[in-house]
Design a protein around this ligand. Sequence first.
Ligand SMILES: C[S@@+](CC[C@H](N)C(=O)[O-])C[C@H]1O[C@@H](n2cnc3c(N)ncnc32)[C@H](O)[C@@H]1O
Length: 322
Amino acid sequence: MTYLKTTAEFYSEVAQTPQVGLCCVQSSPLRLPGLSIPEPMQQMNYGCGTTVHPAELTNEPTVLYVGVGGGLEALQFAYFSRRSGSVIAVEPVSAMREAATRNLELAAQENPWFNPSFVEIRDGDAFALPVPDASVDVVAQNCLFNIFEPDDLTKALKEAYRVLKPGGRLQMSDPIATRPIPVHLQQDERLRAMCLSGALTYEQYTQRIIDAGFGQVEIRARRPYRLLDRHTYYLEEDLLLESLDCVAFKVPIPEDGACIFTGKTAIYKGSEEFFDDSAGHVLQRGVPAVVCDKTAAKLGKSRPEDVIITDSTWHYVGGGCC
Ligand SMILES: C[S@@+](CC[C@H](N)C(=O)[O-])C[C@H]1O[C@@H](n2cnc3c(N)ncnc32)[C@H](O)[C@@H]1O
């Protein structure tokens, strides 16, 4: 368990002395009308994407946020729920809990709508979330699960699954690797803590999510994150890391496998007005129909002459084929 201790020590350091740009990508944090983000909170943006998807945050959901960091995303979630305890932020590092508390107090001074009671910061960790089974609508984590070794990642994913209500959503952002990260880097605990060497490949990462029980995964964004160059990191070739934003749904896994949506569509170009695959997919001629990757593969194989499958856009929001 030493890497978890190293991780805790690292985040204790960066809670006390913010490390600007530690994990962040070159995009400014989500701006919302009437939301002011205090400067110290912004400096502690240690996320590699976003887990806050505004269109889905209606009806004041209860959000469990794992690994609060400086509190930026907890504040953004609170923007939508605006009630006491609507965001439960779990954080094992005391210096980080203190920093987030300070930052949220500053946020209350800058945002008339915000009350620090909206975010309840609790001591705890991703492997034993301090809430009952099936009690929250959303679990979110940004740039934390990639740090975990694979068995710990599975534990954390199963724990998120446990606390979500049926139909609830796990909203995540993490680095992924474009090829497996060599062992000498994986074993470097400090690089792992810095979100630079624990990443799995896209296939490994999504498979772990499905193995934890999630029946549907939607990819919201995929973009370059960091380059591990061969000289600095003792590699045979440069290795590109990407960051992946996704949402996993606590819905049953269909008999023929989980649905992963990456933005593919199927377009029927045959001679009929419609094509019905007798498996729940009706394609209108010439009109792209959103399909999950499983259905895309099936249609592409069974109807190559009259169904075109478009590439993954890596940006998919809502709806679906199955
Ligand atoms: C890379 S930072 C991300 C912070 C925040 N999510 C953000 O986007 O700015 C990882 C956070 O997870 C916390 N953390 C570390 N180990 C953890 C664990 N086992 N369970 C929950 N949180 C943990 C760290 O202290 C830190 O606050």
